[in-house]
Design a protein around this ligand. Structure first.
Ligand code: ATP
Length: 239
């Protein structure tokens, strides 16, 4: 079953046309990466899917039901959770309070202990305030806040940004376990290597257009795409 079907969306910031006929499809239990250079339109695509920005044309379906035109709040209640780049956790509240607040108005909240089984580090830090967590722990909490709402689909915007490589490894492993347990995830990441450890299918955006769509192996076998749009492999082509 298709969990997400995005058909020919066009999005604008005021008069500025940013997304041009973007179409994507994500199957249930699939992890898909959205890659591309800075300004390619990745965050705008996630914001449009999550209803933060309304597409001017095109359609978006979540588990077969149209969601374009709904408010972000209603889309979240239908089971779509965006974990934005800026994480948006409450720094003065404890880990546990952050989680309980996220669960409060969820249609099907998961028991907090189940979340702590997935994130043992958060269980250890349950009484620590958000502001005292490390960057990696804050990112875990941001993902956990989405997960406690039993999302049908999670959109992760640059979850590994600004984190040390060893923490990125830990988070990649954690997201891998979520995927194995059946989560459906769209991940936007500048760290292409980390994103490709998780996603089997990839869309590459460029200037608001889909420049490539295919499997991870097809992408890695296409040096034209990886060097032109992702900046990978350029160094090996220089003498
Ligand atoms: P990045 O990795 O830099 O976040 P991105 O691929 O996520 O890149 P977007 O943030 O979606 O790219 O930006 C796409 C285009 O829209 C860029 O040209 C950007 O300058 C523009 N843009 C982004 N946010 C706004 C905004 N709030 N108002 C006007 N233009 C914007």
């Amino acid at each position: 079953m298709s969990m997400l079907e995005v058909e020919a969306i066009n999005s604008f910031y005021g008069d500025s046309h940013v997304l041009f006929d973007i179409s994507l499809e994500v199957a249930e239990h699939e992890v898909v990466a959205l890659l591309g250079r800075n300004g390619a339109g990745k965050t705008t695509t996630l914001k449009t899917i999550a209803g933060v920005l309304s597409p001017r044309s095109g359609s978006i379906r979540l588990a077969g039901t149209p969601i374009h035109g709904l408010t972000s709040h209603l889309i979240a209640r239908r089971g779509l959770q965006l974990v934005p780049e800026e994480r948006r956790i409450f720094i003065t509240l404890t880990v546990e309070e952050n989680l309980r607040l996220a669960a409060l108005n969820a249609a099907k909240p998961r028991p907090i202990e189940e979340i702590f089984d997935i994130f043992p580090r958060l269980r250890e830090r349950r009484r620590a305030t958000g502001g005292t967590l490390s960057g990696g722990e804050q990112q875990m909490l941001a993902i956990a806040r989405a997960l406690i709402r039993s999302p049908q689909l999670m959109l992760l915007d640059e979850p590994f940004e600004g984190l040390a490589p060893v923490i990125v490894e830990e988070l990649v492993a954690l997201c891998g376990r979520l995927a194995e347990a059946g989560s459906t995830i769209v991940i936007v990441e500048q760290d292409v290597r980390a994103a490709l450890m998780l996603a089997r299918r990839v869309y590459v955006l460029n200037n608001g257009h889909v420049a490539f769509e295919g499997t991870r192996d097809e992408l890695l076998a296409d040096p034209e795409i990886t060097s032109r749009y992702l900046g990978i492999g350029l160094e090996t082509e220089e003498p």
